[in-house]
Write a protein that binds this ligand. Sequence first.
Ligand code: VGL
Ligand code: ZN
Length: 201
Amino acid sequence: MKTLIMIDLQNDFMPGGALEVPDGDAVVPVINAIQQKFDMVIATQDWHPPGHKSFASSHKGKKVFDTIDLHGTDQVLWPDHCVQGSKGADFHPDLDLLPAESIFRKGTDSEIDSYSAFFDNGHQKSTGLAGYLREKGADELYFCGLAADVCVYFSIMDAVNEAFTSFLLLDATRPLDKGEFSLQKKKMRDRGVKILQTKEL
Ligand code: VGL
Ligand code: ZN
């Protein structure tokens, strides 16, 4: 069963947002155009309480993009973003959410960050997504959304570990850091992830 997983298509990751991904809004029409090709559509939403520990502003003397140890896991410090209930946490206004049968929220625990749609960064807590997808009979997962080198990448690697056949839709994602994403594409291919363009669907 073909399932589309739309990662974090939220205002704060769009140009002008708190943690903007270059050209991030370009993926919205691309994604709207392919939704009808899938048996199921799921969305994720980065959803942090104010003062979340992934925010540089929560650590005295630290700057955005510094790395700290957070409960034994390396944590990049981000600008405040996707604060629960804020406009920045809302989905892009043009994103078609009608076909999405569920929205999985992540990063809701103040103390731990969660890039992946499946687990927190320390792999301590599951979001329940893998079990949900299995119960629904989803086996082929197609990933799109933002940011390619953060939440999309970590979600795909967890999906592979959970034995889902995983695809990345290259023209329906954009990275924060292109160099990092190039290295990750190789790692994903090495793990059997198929990387394709939406026109190949
Ligand atoms: C993301 C950094 C921090 C993402 C979320 O959605 O890629 N990146 N929180
Ligand atoms: Zn976040």
